[in-house]
Design a protein around this ligand. Structure first.
Ligand code: MLT
Length: 326
């Protein structure tokens, strides 16, 4: 080959190699879509937007939130986990979509244990038993007696089979021995909360982040938080243990995952961006004001988050497999 052509050929090869390397090292080179599998205004959407806002700064590219609601969050998660594994489609899921859904939907189109890439936990979200403000029972004991006596009349709101609100109220109904309360399904607890505030449904079990402000404003009432400790965001709300129902305790959470097979560079950068967001004072304050529990260092790692998903799936599967799907 003549020298000039050889030099040009080598230069072209080097340029291609550089472009490839730069692209791999340069993730992300375009906006990243984060699928929120519920309606806007609910806990998943709220946490996703707060965290993504800061992660976008670290990544140097916008994380765009896309709400894909339906089937208790499984429609959106299935969309995210079957997307190209290139780091440009990820999802904010939770206890429901990652740990409860497999026990709820026998034909689920994704496998959170073996078929996805975890990034990390974004926050713990204590569960509150909340009711419309003029619902008759005054406290948790009153609520328990009232619901037992009127199981055929009261209405529960939830965000679809396998969602956190459905899962946690299903466990509550198991404790109360009232498995068949009339339930109204919404595309997220954002819209369900609107109907609770306007008094069209009686009660629900929801993650603190979307209800804290309404409880503080007395637009709805909170009977108890189903955690071991009271939430600093709502210090007047007793724990279920304090209020007389110690057997009802459940911790919910939200976290980020993507399709299996994501490039290591994308995983590393997303993990780093999540960690930086959770260490950022402004982001922390926004999360803490809503009652979010900040994840431990271990829970912020892909392996730590995967272990949490598996632990909770193992815990929930027996109760949810046997529960009425309504
Ligand atoms: C939501 O964001 O609407 C909730 O997380 C739904 C739920 O799982 O209850």
């Amino acid at each position: 080959m003549p020298m000039k052509k050889l030099v040009l050929g080598l230069a072209a090869t080097a340029a291609l190699a550089f472009a490839g390397g730069a692209q791999a090292q340069g993730y992300p080179t375009k906006p990243v879509t984060m699928i929120v599998p519920f309606a806007a205004g609910g806990p998943t959407d709220i946490i996703a937007r707060i965290v993504a806002d800061n992660m976008s700064k670290t990544l140097g590219q916008q994380i765009v939130i896309e709400n894909v609601a339906g089937a208790g969050g499984t429609t959106g998660i299935a969309r995210a986990l079957t997307a190209a594994p290139d780091g440009y489609t990820i999802a904010m899921g939770h206890l429901g979509t990652f740990s409860a859904a497999p026990a709820t939907y026998p034909g689920l189109k994704y496998d959170p244990i073996n078929g996805m890439q975890t990034i990390g936990l974004a926050g713990g979200t204590p569960i509150l038993i909340v009711a419309r403000k003029n619902f008759e029972p005054k406290d948790l004991n009153g609520f328990v007696s009232y619901v037992k006596a009127n199981a055929d009349k009261v209405n529960e709101a939830h965000a679809g089979l396998g969602s956190v609100s459905w899962t946690t109220c299903t466990l509550l109904k198991g404790v109360l021995g009232t498995p068949k309360i009339n339930a109204v399904a919404y595309r997220g607890t954002g819209p369900a909360l609107n109907d609770l505030v306007s008094g069209q449904v009686d009660f629900m079990c929801d993650q603190i982040v979307s209800v804290a402000e309404q409880v503080r404003a007395n637009s709805i009432k909170a009977y108890a938080v189903a955690s071991a400790q009271r939430s600093p965001a709502l210090p007047d709300v007793p724990t279920t243990k304090e209020a007389g129902l110690p057997e009802y305790q459940i911790e919910a959470w939200n976290g980020i995952a993507g399709p299996k097979g994501l490039p290591k560079e994308a995983v590393d950068k997303l993990v780093d961006a999540l960690n930086k967001a959770l260490n950022d004072e402004g982001t922390k304050k926004r999360l803490l004001d809503l009652g979010t529990v900040l994840p431990t260092a271990e829970e912020r790692t892909p392996a730590g988050f995967a272990a949490l998903i598996k632990r909770d799936a193992d815990k929930l599967t027996p109760a949810l497999s046997a529960a009425p799907k309504q």
